[in-house]
Design a protein around this ligand. Structure first.
Ligand code: BG6
Length: 465
């Protein structure tokens, strides 16, 4: 197991969208912080020369955070471009030469999953996988069976601790904060259970559509795009037991135990939706029944959570861009004073985007003779603009060989086990209007638990990210 720092960074898909939006900005930041003193080799099949890759990197940085002259000059100097077909053995021979003396290269597969197999085979046959680590992008399979097959293939060439499955939600500052807040404080743990908590819900709302990614999106839909990965990871951080320590496996063991306790979803636990106009998006099949909205009810069979419903709602073309968790506590057993407004008297709110809010909902007495009150929210608030970008954090961790923020094979498979029974067209996709909170059918799922919490914020710019 290479515990040493990686000594070459190779990225497949160098001319693609992901490199443009996320990888170049992360590479510049890592270079600026002195964490990327190594060859940086971009690979693609675009017939480019290195000058074009440098230009592409510069354009990307202009659009995403700005060019840092000194860091960019250094990064450009380290950059190489390698042109080749992913199915051609010569591509990997060229890569082997370009790697020179590197002992622990890090190969980032920023390419569609259909290309994972030829690339890992090529890396192994050419010796480029020796002592190496590999980063794979989501989606990790399309269901349980394909995820198992993908894991089997990866394991033929790489050991599990050398495989880094990226889920950018785990690199987000507020998501890290969720874990920190839960386990750095003593007051939460005694109440974090079925005796005190009535329900939890996560809403991931986006106020834009598929943004030109129609072809990709139509093959996945909301469940595979954001629920199986991002939302389940947030759910795990909210509900898992305390890890024994900070090690990658201690964290992932607890997540695994939680996923294992989740009942496989039944058709009655899910509502799917599709926004009006989705079928006109470029790349989308004319009669597509793929969901752009999903609402789920999840049950966990553990002593901690038996009987406590967990809800997830994720959708495109909703009124705002915001991801928020609401934990409703049980109401006081007896109403001594005024009867409160409908809903939970006490709650925790964790807003994960666009800003970080952690708040506790309570009631306080209104001034005056009567014992009457009103709800207040005690708020801790942070701006995340200065925080480290998820890809910078995650690529830095992968270079260091720290897999705490990456998903393990067994966790990925357990998450698919939960979703597998309701994937596809098991339940219809109801139409909803862009700018609404999704199909009304989603309300029935949560009516008994106080209804959905619709995050109230100023609408974010329409470009999404
Ligand atoms: C990506 C999905 O993984 O996450 C997108 O493919 C989604 O469809 C995006 O928009 C959301 O990420 P963020 O960081 O903007 O919440």
């Amino acid at each position: 197991m290479p515990t040493a720092k990686s000594d070459a960074f190779v990225f497949f898909g160098a001319t693609g969208d992901l490199a443009y939006k996320q990888i170049f900005p992360a590479l510049q930041a890592l270079t600026r912080d002195g964490k990327l003193d190594m060859p940086v080799i971009g690979i693609a099949r675009s017939g480019w020369k290195v000058a074009q890759l440098r230009k592409r990197a510069e354009d990307s940085l202009r659009e995403h955070g700005g060019v840092d002259k000194a860091a960019f000059a250094k990064l450009s100097g380290q950059m190489q471009y390698l042109d080749g077909d992913y199915n051609d053995a010569q591509t990997y021979d060229k890569l082997r030469k370009a790697l020179g003396d590197a002992q622990h290269p890090l190969h980032y597969l920023a390419i569609p999953p259909s290309m994972f197999v030829p690339v890992v085979k090529g890396l192994a046959a050419s010796g480029c996988s020796q002592g190496a680590r590999v980063i794979v992008e989501k989606p990790f399979g399309r269901d349980l069976k394909s995820a198992q097959a993908l894991n089997r293939t990866l394991h033929r060439f790489f050991r599990e601790h050398d495989i880094f499955r990226i889920d950018h939600y785990l690199g987000k500052e507020p998501v890290q904060n969720l874990l920190y807040f839960r386990f750095a404080n003593a007051f939460l743990e005694p109440i974090w259970n079925r005796d005190n908590i009535a329900s939890m819900q996560i809403t991931m709302a986006e106020n834009f559509g598929v943004q030109g990614r129609g072809k990709f999106y139509d093959e996945v839909g909301a469940l595979r795009d954001v629920v199986q990965n991002h939302m389940f990871q947030v759910l795990a951080l909210l509900a898992m037991d305390p890890p024994a320590n900070r090690s990658a496996d201690a964290m992932r063991d607890e997540k695994l135990r939680l996923f294992r306790s989740m009942r496989p979803l039944q058709p009655g636990d899910i509502v799917r939706g599709q926004f009006d106009g989705y079928l006109k998006e470029a790349g989308v099949a004319k009669k597509s029944t793929v969901e752009t909205f999903a609402a789920l009810r999840i049950h966990m069979d553990t002593w901690r959570w038996a009987g406590v419903p967990f809800f997830i709602r994720a959708g495109k073309q909703l009124p705002v861009k915001c991801t928020e968790v609401l934990v409703r506590l049980k109401n006081p057993p007896q109403q001594v004073f005024d009867s409160p407004d409908q809903g939970a008297v006490n709650f925790f709110r964790f807003r994960l985007s666009p800003n970080v809010v952690i708040s506790l909902g309570a009631r306080v007495k209104a001034p005056g003779e009567a014992m009457k009150g009103h709800p207040v929210e005690l708020v801790a608030h942070r701006d995340v603009r200065e925080a480290m970008a998820p890809y910078e954090r995650l690529l830095g961790d992968a270079i260091d060989g720290d897999s705490a923020l990456f998903t393990r094979d067994d966790c990925v498979e357990e998450a698919w086990r939960v979703l597998d029974p309701i994937l596809g067209d098991k339940v219809p996709a109801h139409k909803y209007k862009p700018g609404s909170w999704g199909p009304k059918e989603a309300n029935a799922l949560i009516d008994g638990a106080g209804g959905w919490n619709d995050p109230r914020i100023e609408p974010a710019p329409k470009d999404g990210k």
